[in-house]
Design a protein around this ligand. Structure first.
Ligand SMILES: [Zn+2]
Length: 69
């Protein structure tokens, strides 16, 4: 099942989570200080992704369906 990619939006993430607080949830706050550029719906939940994380997520799960908004 393909994953879904959105432009990063903190409102797509639960309050208080790394993604909801403007961090990269794929790498985690301690390992990544980059701003997320996308929000992905993955089998492991919503992931906020920096550009480096986008490459890793798409390598792992395959090409996403893009949602523009
Ligand atoms: Zn990152």
């Amino acid at each position: 099942m393909p994953i879904v990619k959105h432009p990063y939006d903190a409102r797509l993430h639960r309050k208080g989570t790394v993604g909801g607080l403007g961090g990269c949830s794929w790498h985690g706050r301690e390992d990544c200080s980059e701003q997320p550029t996308s929000s992905y719906e993955t089998p492991n939940g919503m992931m906020a992704a920096c550009p480096r994380a986008e490459l890793q997520i798409e390598a792992l799960y395959g090409s996403p369906i893009n949602r523009t908004q």
